[in-house]
Every structure is written in C-alpha cells, then in structure tokens.
Design a protein around this ligand. Structure first.
Ligand code: ZN
Length: 78
C-alpha cells in the first residue's frame, strides 16, 4: 500500500483543506514517522501530524479532528 504521493512536501493541500507547512524534524508517534506542521485553510489553526496521516488529516479546531500529534503547539501564549 503506497501512502505518500507528495503529501510530505511543503505546500501540499489535502482533501480536507489542510496545508502542509513544513517538516518539524521531530519524531512522530507512529513507527518510523516524523511530524509535519499543518495549517487549516479554513480557520488558520496550526498543528502537527504524522507524515502518514497528512493525506487524511482533519483540523482539530473546525473539523473535529484529533488534537495536535505529540502535543506540539505552534506557539505558547504568555
Ligand atoms: Zn480549521
């Protein structure tokens, strides 16, 4: 089963309107995976996802998707 078809490239938009921003260069939560920063094109939320999840990822804020993988946050207020 082939998983990635450009999904790990920055600028890749998935079918849910989630945009691949950049690789985070930190290990993911699945074996052999690493995390990528995604941005929701609907509400602007930034979060992390395993490379293998990018193609089907949903926004944790407006699409009822899973929380940011690995607890990663784009920024910490305060
Ligand atoms: Zn969203």
């Amino acid at each position: 089963m082939s998983i990635s078809r450009g999904t790990t490239k920055p600028g890749y938009p998935n079918r849910n309107g989630q945009l691949n921003i950049r690789p985070l260069m930190i290990p993911g939560t699945d074996h052999g995976q690493s995390l990528y920063q995604l941005a929701c094109t609907h509400c602007g939320t930034n979060y992390a996802a395993n490379g293998s999840d990018i193609f089907q990822r949903k926004c944790p804020n407006c699409q009822d998707g899973n929380p940011s993988t690995g607890g990663w946050a784009a920024w910490t207020p305060g």
